[in-house]
Design a protein around this ligand. Structure first.
Ligand SMILES: [Zn+2]
Length: 124
């Protein structure tokens, strides 16, 4: 039970559905949804509506906090690598980096492919 977490939607409790009704008999209230798993927003929201409500309320502050873009990002051959895999490959390099500008392909190990911190991109 301790693994249950609350939907982070600031207006979740105002959405009046039966499953949000909680509390002892005679004192039932609409409450924020609580689940072991949510499907939206990295597992933080019970619905897209709750995710959108969060963004409407906090989005500008979050963007300013983590760094608002003030100039365009530019795709170059140094940051155009993305990870991909070829499930049809037999014995060859199943996992690889592919450069969307130069069309170059470089082999990756499965561990490198699964490591979200591993990158050969340099610069933004
Ligand atoms: Zn919610």
């Amino acid at each position: 039970m301790s693994d249950l977490k609350y939907c982070q939607g600031p207006e979740c409790h105002t959405h009046r559905t039966k499953d949000r009704i909680k509390g002892p008999k005679g004192n039932k209230t609409y409450q924020t949804r609580r689940r072991s798993h949510f499907y939206y927003g990295n597992g933080n929201f019970c619905s897209l509506w709750c995710q959108n409500q969060w963004f409407i309320k906090y989005g500008d502050r979050a963007i300013n906090h983590f760094g608002r873009l003030t100039e365009p990002k530019i795709l170059t051959e140094h940051n155009a690598w993305y990870k991909d895999y070829d499930w049809r490959s037999e014995g060859g390099d199943i996992y690889f980096y592919y450069n969307s500008l130069t069309k170059e392909r470089r082999p990756l190990t499965e561990a490198q492919y699964n490591d979200s911190n591993y990158t050969i991109n340099t610069g933004e």
